[in-house]
Design a protein around this ligand. Sequence first.
Ligand code: SF4
Length: 638
Amino acid sequence: MTSHASYLLSQQGPFAQAFNNYQERQSQLAMTEAVEQALASDKQLLVEAGTGTGKTFAYLIPAIELDGKSIISTGTKNLQDQLFYKDLPTVFKVIGKTRKVALLKGRQNYLCLHRMDFNLQTARFTTKDTLEQIVKIRQWSETTKDGDLSQVNFLKDDASALPFVTSTADNCLGNDCPSFSDCFVAKARRHAMDSDIIVINHHLLMADLVLKEDGFGELLPKADAYIIDEAHQLPDVASVFFGQNLSSRQLMELSRDCLLAYHAEAKDCSDIKLYADTIEKQTADLRLLMGDEVPRQFWRNYLEKNDIAEHFEQLEQSLSLLTEVLQGQAIRSRELENLAERAEALSSRAACFLSCDEQKDVQWIEIYRKSFTLNTTPLNIADNFNKAIAPYHKASWVMTSATLAVNQQFKHFQQKLGLYNAETAVFPSPFEYREQALFYAPRDMLNPASPEYTRQFIASCLPLLVASKGRAFLLFTSHRALNEAATILEQHREFNLFVQGQASKSYLLDKFRVTENSVLLGTFSFWEGVDVSGDALSFVAIDKLPFSSPGDPVNQARINAIKQQGQDAFFSFQLPDAIIALKQGVGRLIRDINDKGVMMIGDPRLIARGYGKNFLQDLPPMLPTRNQELVEEFLANL
Ligand code: SF4
């Protein structure tokens, strides 16, 4: 044993004394040593830590012991809360050492005093219900210390008051804000600046790396170590931040804020009202012209339609005219100056969506029931990411996840983020998979493209669901298959079904855990970040290999770009992504050293196609079988 961190986690260390039946894990000791060394030498280190390694403590201890500031970024707010409220206090208590820690969320989680007051003064544009919510928030604001809106019990996630009481990077007045000295966002940032360990999420990390928001000083340059957990999610989050977007919501909000400012501060400038009204109408008309709600589509397909192109050009002109008018009024107040900046930014983004460099970017649109979002996504973010982290080259970067490597290699992940010189390490799971899990591939399955496939998949699951008495996750690659499966299973009243979309994810999981004969049906949001250990989950079935949709414009454009470079897009891009996704899904089954269960994958391509072995070699070493009776018996005995 060579390091202090590994001593702490060893059988001789304080964790062994603090917890009954504590068993040191070689993978965890090796990982904590590797992280400790990386933090001591300003390296980039990529770590795949198999399920059950205990990777959180393996990186927290070196971060706590580091003589410097660490930023720890994770995938979701829930995981942030778990790190901040549970894991860090546990480690502090056991090792008898504390550091100053801060939990920093995105600005939309904090009350914006300025916008709340401004919108209350000009209440005519809110509904009665929204106004009542804002008034209640005003009362709460007098008691809160940190302005964290998650503590406001009566406020739902989609509450109509939220846009009126929170800020965006666009509408925040920063240092010029009249409420700046009391600003909760600024206070949270100052507290973070003053802390040794800051827990953030990937969106905040990328917002800071890419946008460098004004008015709040810099957060990141002072950190000595950046530890990125759930790092497999980082490339997708980064792609959003290196792109551009223009949404009907941004346009409507600009229009509404212009009208508020017109009534409050510039009643003599009727052009503000004229162009704000025009933009609101043009945005609504565009949405109507776009037709039905559709998932991601190439924007160029819409721009080729004359009426949409014409309306979009008119909208872009109105934004440009509004910008000119607002710039003429900007001297009157900081609010009008900010509106001029926002209008100019949206105007130049709109101009970008009238043309596109398809060699570098892909432009796509997502159309919802009442709104739309236009997006530009770079085909390759490696250079952008490298440039973004270049100022932090003196810090160490540790990126970790249970699913980062493909066939023990990190090439795929490294290429995505341009981390070509990073050191890499794989620490295997300590679980005895051959003892704990059966891997079942049913025979005679139809081609997954067949319209009968989902029906057959559920028919194959049913005897196993009976044997396991529910306690099962059925994971799907599409909402269509999920809905079809739910309809079929509704006829089997012996099972209590929990179907994604019926309630929040956390509610469904809580109910699933405590209900007998429960079967949970979910799509990709249940493939990761879901932890049900013990008897509550004994059977996980996946319908198809999770290849990303070839119809998706970003995928299609990236595949075409790879092909144009003379490379094989399937083996270099689609297959590794699908392997990582499958590893995540399979990882739901065995969460603890005492867990046992059956993993079933229905897709016959896993066995029949040559690339099937690429998936199989990356899955945990479960005991394989194609014998249904044996699987039923195994489940019945659990
Ligand atoms: S500085 Fe920005 S976030 Fe803070 S109160 Fe002012 S507008 Fe709101």
